[in-house]
Design a protein around this ligand. Structure first.
Ligand code: BGC
Length: 378
């Protein structure tokens, strides 16, 4: 009996060691680091094992969006409706006006309404853990959209544009703009970040600072206000008017006798607010980055008022999401991907698309297949 027990114990130990060896609890990859391919034999088990089985073709699909305050979310609302219906699904699409409890309730009611998949662009990446875990327990698939779902086991995968990469591109575009518009350095700049609850915002900033910090350190760039921490630079709720107010006070506080040459901006709405503030203060327009290729900013890039934006086409992100939903519906589980990101609790499968910098020079090329934006370049 004792021998049998010892044998069983040994077996259990060997099995659990094998599991540890194949797992990644100790070496979860940094954001956007490609993980080992799924077939390499030592990749992590998928964050939430893709249960085959599928569901009915005309199923209800929930889409929970954070707000409709920027063009990308309005496009997502329309495109999900059109595309999900075209694929034969019944969409429930709701936006939560940047209010976390509203988003929690909306997701709750999607579960009650029998949604088989819920697509979520979180207002606050960390505040949906309980309701998403409830969704998983009810057999619902959960897909993060555009933003990571943090600190929860209730997520099967996330579709997004590389967020650290986006920040690197924003900083690189800012440097290109400084060279083109402001001649030789050193240059005076200021830094802006997005809404601190949005998991993208600190990643955009982190990516940007990996490019800018060495040039701040060697004196090529001077952040005249000295405000270089994300917490100092963040813009609560991505609110353009808050960014404009901060820019107004930076200009009156630090630039009454100086020119501002460039500004890091996390998206287009904030870029336009900053440009407006500079114009009103009688400054030359600084070199500035952006994000989203919003119509108004595409026009400003074309007319030279905003140096650059970044295209992260909503149609591509929605198409990628619907491909996953179709795979789940057909019982094929989550498609393979070689990127995983640790969300604080588990390694999450990430389906990552590449963001593209847009300046006046390449705008026609980038929007060659986007008649709406192409029409703005005149
Ligand atoms: C999105 C951006 C958007 C911002 C504010 C971010 O998470 O990636 O496209 O401009 O949220 O809505």
């Amino acid at each position: 009996m004792k021998k049998l027990f010892a044998l069983l114990l040994a077996l259990v130990m060997v099995l659990s060691m094998t599991a540890c060896g194949g797992g990644r609890t100790e070496s979860a990859p940094a954001a956007t680091t490609p993980a080992a391919p799924a077939d390499s034999g030592n990749a992590a088990a998928p964050a939430a094992p893709a249960a085959a089985g599928g569901f009915e073709a005309g199923a209800t699909i929930g889409v929970s969006l954070p707000w409709l305050g920027t063009q990308n979310w309005k496009e997502a609302e329309e495109m999900f409706k059109t595309e999900l219906e075209a694929a034969g699904f019944k969409p429930i699409i709701q936006a939560a006006d940047n209010k976390v409890p509203t988003q929690q309730q909306q997701i709750e009611s999607m579960i009650q309404n029998g949604a088989k998949v819920i697509v979520v662009g979180p207002i606050d990446g960390t505040q949906l853990g309980a309701v998403l875990e409830e969704a998983k327990a009810a057999g619902v698939y959960v897909i993060g959209y555009d933003r990571l779902l943090e600190n929860t086991t209730g997520v099967d995968g996330v579709v997004q544009f590389g967020s650290v990469k986006t920040g690197e591109l924003q900083a690189q575009a800012l440097l290109d703009g400084l060279k083109e518009m402001k001649g030789e350095g050193p240059w005076n700049i200021e830094l802006f970040g997005g809404g601190p609850a949005d998991p993208n915002a600190p990643n955009f900033f982190k990516g940007a600072m990996s490019v800018l910090q060495p040039l701040i350190d060697d004196g090529t760039l001077t952040v005249v206000s000295g405000q270089t921490d994300f917490t100092q630079c963040a813009t609560m709720d991505w609110d353009n008017s808050k960014a404009q107010a901060r820019m107004d006070s930076l200009l009156s506080g630090f630039y009454s006798d100086k020119e501002i040459h460039g500004v890091l901006s996390p998206n287009d709405g904030i870029a336009r607010a900053i440009i407006t503030s500079c114009e009103q203060a009688g400054q030359e327009i600084p070199a500035i980055s952006g994000l989203d290729a919003e119509n108004e900013s595409v026009e400003w890039v074309w007319s030279g008022r905003q140096y650059s934006t970044i295209a992260k086409p909503t149609d591509a992100l929605v198409a990628q999401t619907i491909e996953i939903i179709k795979s789940l519906q057909a019982g094929n589980g989550m498609p393979a991907t070689d990127v995983q990101v640790n969300n604080g609790k588990i390694d999450v499968l990430v389906y990552e698309l590449p963001p593209v910098v847009v300046t006046k020079d390449n705008a026609k090329e980038v929007f060659a297949n986007d008649p709406g934006r192409l029409a703005l370049l005149k």
